[in-house]
Design a protein around this ligand. Sequence first.
Ligand SMILES: C[S@@+](CC[C@H](N)C(=O)[O-])C[C@H]1O[C@@H](n2cnc3c(N)ncnc32)[C@H](O)[C@@H]1O
Length: 244
Amino acid sequence: MSLQPYYEESYQSENNRSTAELHSEVTTYSKGLYHFAIESKDRFLPEADWSSLRILETGAGRGGVALLLAKLGAKVTVVDFSPTALEQAKNIFALEGQDVLTIQGDVTHPDLTLPEQYDIIVDSHLLHCLTANPDRSSYYQLIRDHLTNRGIFVAETMVHRKKLFIPDGFMIDETNTLWQMFGKWTPIRRILDSLDLEQELNNAQFNIIYFYYYGQYGFVPHRSFMDLPADILPAAVRMVLRKK
Ligand SMILES: C[S@@+](CC[C@H](N)C(=O)[O-])C[C@H]1O[C@@H](n2cnc3c(N)ncnc32)[C@H](O)[C@@H]1O
């Protein structure tokens, strides 16, 4: 089941906010992953100039990381299935005079074609939104098809911990899928155990070249989980992958 209408409605509900306000929010929020992308580039693509790099941000939303990387001189493309998110992203890019290509599409759709291959693909919190197969395996295939041979996939995603608190209106099943009740139970997040995530990435034909578990970090899967202590929220993993 596609969650496109769920995300679309959530972005539409913020159409009344000014571009300046959204710009300030996304650039602040995106700084952590932006710095991780820079560290990853310096470590795994040390010879490359930013101006020579083609970068894709998947599930970019308003494109915060993309904007910051475009300002380093890289040629940046974003993909998301929410037209409203991409409209808001375009306004934010225009505010800074940055030329970022926006593509509307579903990353789990096998027919999605992107115009080129990329040296860096950044995933800021998309992977855990893909709750089941074949969606997750189609996404991995898209990444493999669009990474150059030297290219790196840089991602941050939420992972499971034993003591998770699940508020009313949500439930988690034995596959670590988080469901939300709106009218009917709907799967909204896949919160894999970090060891299972590693296994899944191996099976999807990736070499894991960096994988770090942030146990002290509390990931908020939905605004209903806000204000909970970090140790009863999902943890985070930052990782860098290359194609096998
Ligand atoms: C949790 S949000 C993260 C947004 C942004 N990257 C960030 O870190 O703030 C997930 C984003 O992925 C997009 N998305 C979810 N599933 C998608 C899919 N199958 N194809 C394309 N975009 C998707 C949503 O529209 C949303 O913008």
